[in-house]
Each structure stands twice: as C-alpha cells, then as structure tokens.
Ligand binder design. Structure first.
Ligand code: NAI
Length: 266
C-alpha cells in the first residue's frame, strides 16, 4: 500500500486543455488548476516555453503535457485536443485563452490584420469548442468551455479596434454556445480580465509610453488610475476566477462573462 501525503492532489480526475498557456494568464491558470487536481495540456505556439512549463509542473508532482498549437489552424488545433485527451485522460474542460492584442488605430487596419486577429482571437474559439464538445458528447458526459474575453470586450478601448471587437465577439459566441450546448450538459462561460501584468500588457504599455515619449513603467502606471482596487491585476487573480469556472462550484452558471478587473466598470 502506498500512503499518499495528506493534501496532495494525486488523482487527476479532471483534464483541462488550456491554449496560450506557455506564459502569462494561461500559465497561471494551468498552475492553479493543477493545484485543484487537474491534469493540464499546455498548448501554445511557443513550444519551447510550453515544454518548460509542462516540465516544471511534472517536476512538482503535477501532470502536464506540452502541445505545439496554432489556434488559428483548425485542423492542427483540433488534432491536439484529441491527442491531449488520449495522452492525459478524458477531457473535461477547454480554456480558449490564447489571444493577440496588436495596437490598431482605425486608419492603419488592413485586411491581413483583420484576418489574423479575428482568426487567432475568435475563429479559434469555435474550432476549439467543436473538437472539445465532440469529445464530451462522444464520451457521454458534459463539460465546460471557458473563453478569454476582456475588459476591452465590455467597453471599447481606444486604438484597439480589432482586439476590442474580437473580445465583444467572444462574449456573444459564449452566450450562443451556452444555449446550443446546454442539452448536452455543457456549460460555456467567459472571463474578462482588466489590466494584468503579462508580456501582452507590457507590450501595450510600451506602445503607450513610446507614443507619449515616456518610459515603460510610466506606460504601465497610466493603467492603474481607472482601477477601483487601486492595483494592477496579477495573472493569479484571473486564474483564481477561472478555477471557479472550471470547477464544480460553478455548475449552475452558463452564458456569463465573469469580469475580473478590480472594478473598472463603474
Ligand atoms: P500573453 O501575450 O502574455 O500570452 C499569450 C500566449 O498565447 C503566449 O504564450 C503566446 O505564445 C500564445 N499565443 C499567441 N498566439 C497564439 C496562437 N495563434 N496559437 C497558440 N498560442 C498562441 O497574453 P496574456 O496577457 O496572458 O493574455 C491571455 C488572454 O487574456 C488573451 O486572450 C488576452 O486577450 C486576455 N486578456 C489579457 C489581459 C491582460 O491585461 N494581459 C486583459 C484582458 C484580456
């Protein structure tokens, strides 16, 4: 008989596939879900970084596998979801977290930029949902779809026409998915982070700073003035909320966007 250490998450009863989880919010979500007993698929364009995250989770006694995925490539993304379910165990949760946020003042937008941002941020959610829900249904159980929206998908953000509008779209497609999938025991929700200290937000702060002729720290500091709680978000703040959506305490919640922005909306 092997005696398990008290409090350790030895049994991986649930499996989550998380896109864009090689860094930032996605990585924080993966590490948080491992604490809740999930096995996690670390799916990212950056396979080297994804492998490092998966290795470090496995070294710490969790269960993770890295997948090289471009979420805008329907075939490759859907295949990775199936592969993860084969190698990690029966999938229960898909988290469509990957996204890109290029600065796009209205007069600079090209058809190529439009296609790129809409494919990575919006089409990917549909491709992921198709593969995950087919697996859930095939196994005869329900599941959870969780999509990354944004504060910028609740209020339009200046200079982010493409990004902001994709995040409004995410809230809409999440509501539709909730209605279409309820009969199969599947819930669909979104999370809307505010200003989170990740590489993505550092890039945006850098752009703001360059435009104003100031340094990056100044760029970042301009963001906190609108936050009721008076501080920027850590990735872990978002991960805690996503863990709630991924776990059974949220079983009666569907079609919602959980805003995790420290109070920017009032
Ligand atoms: P990040 O840029 O720091 O990390 C995103 C990850 O996604 C990277 O590892 C990147 O390699 C990966 N990725 C990008 N394109 C991909 C593709 N085509 N296929 C697979 N992986 C791809 O971003 P961050 O800040 O962690 O954001 C995560 C999500 O949260 C995004 O959807 C973002 O829009 C959303 N969000 C972030 C906020 C913030 O303040 N950082 C605020 C609101 C929403």
């Amino acid at each position: 008989d092997v005696k398990q250490p008290e409090g350790a998450c030895i049994m991986n009863k649930e499996v989550a596939f998380i896109t864009g989880s090689a860094q930032g919010i996605g990585e924080a979500i993966a590490r948080r879900l491992v604490k809740d007993g999930f096995a996690v698929a670390i799916a990212d364009l950056n396979f080297e970084l994804a492998t490092k995250v998966a290795d470090s989770i496995n070294d710490d006694g969790g269960k993770a596998a890295a997948f090289k995925v471009d979420v805008s490539d329907r075939g490759g993304f859907q295949q990775a979801i199936e592969d993860a379910s084969d190698s990690l165990g029966d999938l229960n949760v898909l988290i469509n977290n990957a996204g890109i946020a290029p600065t796009t003042p209205i007069d600079t937008i090209t058809a190529e930029m439009f296609d790129k941002v809409y494919h990575v941020n919006v089409a990917s959610c549909i491709w992921g949902m198709q593969a995950a829900t087919a697996l859930f249904k095939g196994k005869g159980h329900g599941g959870k779809i969780i999509n990354a929206a944004s504060q910028a998908g609740v209020v339009g953000n200046a200079n982010l026409m493409l990004y902001s509008s994709t995040k409004f779209a995410i809230r809409g497609l999440t509501q539709v998915a909730a209605k279409d999938l309820a009969k199969d025991g599947i819930t669909a929700n979104a999370y809307a982070p505010g200003i989170v200290k990740t590489p993505m937000m550092m890039d945006i702060a850098h752009q703001v700073a360059v435009n104003a002729g100031k340094d990056d720290e100044w760029g970042m500091s301009t963001f906190s003035k609108d936050i009721t709680l008076g501080r920027l978000s850590e990735a872990s703040d978002v991960a805690n909320a996503v863990a709630f959506l991924a776990g059974h305490n949220s079983d009666y919640i569907t079609g919602q966007t959980l805003i995790v922005d420290g109070g920017m909306q009032f």
